[in-house]
Design a protein. Structure first.
Length: 149
């Protein structure tokens, strides 16, 4: 996996995430290649994280971190091929394992990994894993269906 050139970050990989503003949960793309992406986030500790309820951010929301990494990966692949990624709809989460109850109390960054397992013009399947200080917090698989624009 190769590091993302500074120019890529400056040219708005954040626009590759369907959500914007505070709902854009990832802070940086560390590295990516044709098969996988490694992103990093500190948004879990922010008081304005829109997924918080009762002042807490529950581990189930780590699935959204994984989904956003998937979206960025698909967008980067499409951009590298000279195009844009088709919009998609998250339709399935499988084999999700949550190893903590909440994440808002964790100091430091989350490392968000997504690996493309299969893909076509109509759908994509990824495995995702979110770690904190080298410890796996959540992992699972997700499927996305193209919505056709």
């Amino acid at each position: 996996m190769t590091a993302v050139p500074v120019a890529d970050a400056a040219h708005g990989w954040q626009a590759l995430i369907p959500h914007q503003g505070a709902m854009c949960l990832l802070d940086e793309v560390v590295a990516w290649d044709a098969n996988a992406i490694h992103a990093r986030s500190r948004s879990h500790a922010r008081a304005d994280n829109p997924l918080r309820s009762d002042g807490r951010l529950r581990a189930v929301h780590l699935c959204e971190y994984g989904a956003q990494a998937m979206a960025v990966h698909g967008g980067l692949l499409a951009r590298a091929a000279g195009g844009t990624a088709a919009p998609g709809l998250l339709v399935s989460l499988r084999a999700v394992e949550l190893r903590v109850e909440r994440i808002d109390d964790l100091a430091g960054a989350l490392d968000v990994h997504a690996e493309k397992l299969a893909g076509s013009d109509a759908s994509w399947q990824y495995a995702f894993r979110i770690e904190h200080a080298g410890v796996v917090l959540a992992q699972g698989r997700a499927a996305v269906l193209a919505t056709g624009g």
